[in-house]
Design a protein around this ligand. Structure first.
Ligand code: TYD
Length: 253
């Protein structure tokens, strides 16, 4: 009898997108912890960044400005330069991190990816979307996320979640109208590709949002994630009840 040699399954690529202050990083970290709990080999990365080169590009695109300590960047960065540099960091991330991880069957979770360029440089800064899409195809060699979780919230809410001194270049140099266009841009992208996007209301508590994030991953074949177990409570499900749930529990008692 000849034994068939089975190829390992290709991995999964999940991106988290959304306007400022949506909680992408903390939701991505929870997702990574759930994957570890489920025994899934996982890579958590971010854009711009995720590679040595990408992190250097990040320093150019999002210079740390500490009032009174570092000098204020003097020249604004042109929107086309933004688009090229974000895509340069992306090309390196895809080649160095995403593709190798997917080929070895791992789960890749990225906070921000190509949809951010379409939303910020396209819908926000006004660059033509078709040209940005061509640039994206070149940078990513056509790699698309299997699932994109859009953490949606009004920009006033998101921007209000961070102290002014923590605001990055996009948060401090662009007005509310820009951030409204970015949000609406993300929502338009989600409408164009409903099979890839899961739109989640990010104005709610982190626990409620995470329940939806986890549910969205159920769309991916052969991936079963469970809520991470709290430290010291192995065997129990980590979940802080939201206020209505807590009330329900109290009433039941
Ligand atoms: P962000 O990912 O929100 O990280 P941080 O937690 O450091 O704020 O910051 C990245 C910023 O760069 C954000 O304002 C969005 C912007 N951006 C673009 O304009 N285009 C892009 O393609 C990407 C990836 C990010």
């Amino acid at each position: 009898m000849t034994s068939l040699r089975r190829h390992p399954r290709r991995g999964w690529f999940i991106t988290l997108e959304g306007p400022e202050g949506a909680g992408k990083t903390s939701q991505a970290t929870r997702l990574r912890d759930s994957a570890l709990e489920a025994g899934v080999d996982v890579v958590l990365t971010r854009e711009p960044g995720g590679t040595v080169l990408g992190e250097r590009i990040r320093e150019i695109l999002l210079p740390l400005h500490i009032p009174g300590v570092t000098a204020q960047p003097t020249r604004p960065i042109d929107a086309r330069t933004d688009a090229l540099l974000f895509n340069a960091a992306r090309a390196q991330l895809v080649a160095e991190v995403v593709e190798p991880a997917l080929s070895s069957g791992r789960l890749v979770i990225a906070t921000r990816f190509a949809d951010s360029t379409l939303a910020y440089q396209g819908h926000g800064e006004g660059l033509p979307l078709d040209e940005l899409r061509a640039l994206e195809r070149f940078a990513t060699s056509g790699r698309k996320p299997d699932l994109t979780i859009l953490l949606d919230l009004p920009p006033e809410v998101g921007l209000g979640r961070k102290a002014r001194r923590e605001h990055n270049r996009f948060e401090s140099s662009f007005d509310l109208e820009f951030h409204r266009r970015v949000r609406n841009g993300f929502l338009a992208l989600a409408r164009e590709e409903p099979a890839r996007f899961a739109v989640i209301d990010a104005t709610r508590s982190a626990d409620e949002v995470f329940a939806d994030v986890l549910a969205a991953t159920g769309r991916l074949p052969d991936l079963e994630l469970v809520p991470p177990v709290e430290k010291g409570r192995r065997g129990a499900v980590a979940h802080t009840p939201s206020e209505p749930e807590a009330r329900k529990v109290r009433i039941q008692r």
